[in-house]
Design a protein around this ligand. Structure first.
Ligand code: SAJ
Length: 417
């Protein structure tokens, strides 16, 4: 098949490369010339395990190339961003332009798949009318639907292959075609057929489930601090129950999916999305809760300096989008704290230092933010020597504090008094 993938971000590029690696002829389209230039040299400008090798091999084999404009194809995959607007609505302009851009290239029997996470109704109410302008009728001349990815950043290639998937067409023939396209290429997981609206809702509901569950864990953490209980121990014990799976508390929820997608449900049914909205606001409040905890730890310190360890939205990734630690940093700076960032995954010196000793020098408190695995073995002896006051706050229950305590640190944990 000739496949044209529109949007070469965290999902589009790995998906394009996976199709190409199975022998399909793939054109990756993006309006960012930097991405296209890099791709045509077999290079990538994002970090994802194994992606650089897969892309360079596919480009060398001639199955993957980049282009600023779409080309005629059998299958069009739209994987452009759907960012959240200031009033918490889905920004659909990239989806609209992507759909409009393929109109001149559409031919009878083409399949168009929307991968971008979108509000319910996007395929049948927004996309189908745009594609109809080609003179072809979606459902009869064109096959159309939504097949959202479920991959976790850091494991994208593995999960693209192994995760199950939903194929939601505007009619049954569309669902069948979409399922066949993925199954005959690289997907080893099961593919479930449904309609496009159910597929859209499922994608949003999966991430909302996680957001609501994390909000519950965060609420428990705040309750446990008052009741003098260690929330981490309590959750671990609750999860011994065969039907209980409470998620982990933390300094808030970041990333471009879980902190965003629930709003796409709220947008459609604001009057009855009460729990979803409340969970979003609980998770959004966590950086303020951590800031208050920091305030009580450094109550007596003049001109306090705080070092934030790990500023990405989660552990072992380089992605800072919607990071709750950056939100915490801003709250602290607005409150007059001197704040220093350290992150071994972030290469941009204007965002974070990559020398831990420099970052800790003169500090009054180390705050573990993103739970990068390498933070499990912090050298508290050396850190203690360069700090002004030895305080350590773990917002993720990542570090065994006994070592820090033995080197004179006062240790604090989110979710424990
Ligand atoms: N987090 C917690 N407590 C937890 C789990 C996560 O505070 O128990 C926080 C993380 O620290 C992070 C945020 O939530 O700030 C989101 O991280 P994540 O690892 O839960 O999810 P993402 O955003 O990296 O990827 C999610 C995944 N969705 C689900 O697990 C339901 C992924 O499978 C989706 O494909 C992805 O969103 C997406 O693209 O929608």
């Amino acid at each position: 098949m000739n496949i044209c993938v529109i949007g070469l971000g965290y999902i589009g590029l790995p998906t394009a490369a996976m199709f190409a690696s199975t022998g399909h002829h793939v054109t990756g389209v993006d309006n960012n010339p930097e991405i296209i230039d890099a791709l045509n040299k077999g290079e990538i400008i994002i970090e994802e395990q194994g992606l650089d090798d897969l892309v360079s091999k596919s480009v060398k084999d001639g199955t993957l190339k980049g282009s600023l404009k779409p080309v005629p194809a059998d299958v069009f995959v739209i994987a452009v961003p759907t960012p959240i607007t200031i009033d918490k609505k889905a920004g659909m302009s990239y989806v609209v332009s992507a759909a409009e851009s393929i109109i001149p290239y559409l031919r009878k029997d083409n399949t168009v798949i929307l991968e971008s996470t979108s509000p319910v109704g996007t395929v049948d109410e927004l996309l189908a009318p745009i594609l109809e302008k080609s003179g072809l009728e979606p459902g009869r001349d064109l096959f159309l639907g939504h097949s959202p990815e479920r991959v976790i950043p850091g494991q994208i290639l593995k999960e693209l292959v192994n995760n199950s998937r939903i194929a939601g067409g505007i009619n049954h023939e569309s669902s069948l075609r979409i399922a066949h396209i993925y199954k005959s290429a690289f997907v080893k997981g099961d593919i479930y057929l449904t309609d496009s609206r159910t597929a859209e809702l499922c994608k949003l509901a999966e991430n909302t489930f996680r957001d609501v569950n994390i909000a519950f864990a965060n609420e428990l953490a705040m309750i446990c601090e008052k009741l003098d209980i260690n929330v981490w121990e309590a959750i671990e014990l609750c999860n011994k129950h065969p039907r209980v799976n409470i998620h982990q508390p933390g300094p808030g929820v970041g990333g471009h999916c879980i902190a965003v997608d629930p709003w796409f449900i709220v947008e459609k049914e604001p009057d009855i999305s009460n729990m979803i909205r409340l969970s979003r606001s609980t998770n959004d409040s966590m950086p303020y809760h951590v800031a208050a905890k920091i305030g009580s730890i450094l109550n007596d310190v003049e001109n306090p300096r705080v070092t934030l360890l790990g500023i990405t939205y989660k552990g072992d990734v380089d992605d800072v989008r919607e990071s709750p630690i950056l939100k915490l940093s801003k709250i602290l700076m607005d409150g007059g704290y001197d704040v220093v960032h350290y992150d071994p995954f972030v290469n941009d010196q204007s965002l974070a230092l990559n020398d831990l000793t420099v970052a800790a020098t003169g500090s009054d408190l180390l705050v573990l933010g993103a739970p990068h695995s390498k933070f499990k073995t912090l050298d508290f002896l050396s850190l203690g020597k360069v700090m002004r006051n030895r305080n350590f706050l773990d917002t993720r229950n990542l570090v065994d504090s006994s070592d820090a305590i033995s080197h004179g640190f006062s240790c604090y944990l989110l979710g424990k008094r």
